[in-house]
Each structure stands twice: as C-alpha cells, then as structure tokens.
Ligand binder design. Structure first.
Ligand SMILES: [Zn+2]
Length: 132
C-alpha cells in the first residue's frame, strides 16, 4: 500500500469516528393510537435528553406534523390524528439538527439563548453563537 493510500484510509477512519462521536440519540418515540389521537408516551424522556423547554419542542412537533397537540397530566403528548413512530422520529431529528446540534462543530452541547429578540444556539463546546 502506498503512502497516499494509507493516508486516505486513515482519513476515512477518522471521519467515521467523528460521525460516531457526534451522534445524538433521542429515545425512539413510543406511540400508540387512541381513537383519533396519537399518544406519544415517552415524551418526558425525550425532553430530558434534548434538554429543551417542553413548549418549544411541542410547538416544533406540532408545526412539523401539521397538527394540534396537548400535554396530558403525565407529561405525554396527545397529537390529533394518527402518526407512526417513524414520522415522529423524523420530526425529532429535524429538531435536533436545528435547535440542538451546533452547526459549527456538530456537537450537541448547546443552549438556546435570547439575544436582542433573536434566538441563538450557543455552543458550550466551541463557543459559536448561531441565529436559529
Ligand atoms: Zn460548536
């Protein structure tokens, strides 16, 4: 194997490791249908993982799914309409990309802050502040 080839291989391995480290797993949505509603059972666990405000996450999910939702007394979400777990997982992925993962360094060690009426994603890892 030539030097260039080795270098290519080393680079390829490195980027795989980076991708692995920057993975951010939220719990798989556990959902069930109840009449005309979809109950998202493990929303509280997901919120813990996201470390974001309940209202903010809920608003995003509602917009993404194009439906109305309520939080019940146990912190579960009741979505109007039928949605499967994959569809909700997709919405959560979008949320993570937009409001959790730092666009500069890709790490999820971030906070949402309000500055001059602009919401910014502030990264604890690299210090980037990005308007969202
Ligand atoms: Zn960052």
């Amino acid at each position: 194997m030539g030097y260039d080839e080795q270098l290519d291989r080393a680079m390829a391995e490195k980027s795989e490791i980076d991708a692995e480290e920057s993975r951010f797993d939220v719990p798989d949505p556990n959902v069930r249908t109840e009449g005309n509603f979809t109950v998202y059972e493990n929303f509280p666990a997901t919120l813990d993982r996201l470390d974001r405000e309940q209202r903010h996450v809920l608003q995003f999910i509602q917009n993404d799914l194009g439906t109305a939702a309520q939080i019940d007394e146990n912190g579960r979400v009741r979505l109007t309409g039928e949605f499967d777990a994959d569809r909700i997982a997709e919405a959560l992925d979008d949320y993570v990309e937009r409001y959790v993962r730092c666009p500069e360094c890709g790490l999820p060690d971030t906070n949402l802050v309000e500055e001059d009426d602009v919401t910014r994603l502030k990264c604890d890892a690299c210090g980037a502040r990005t308007a969202v």
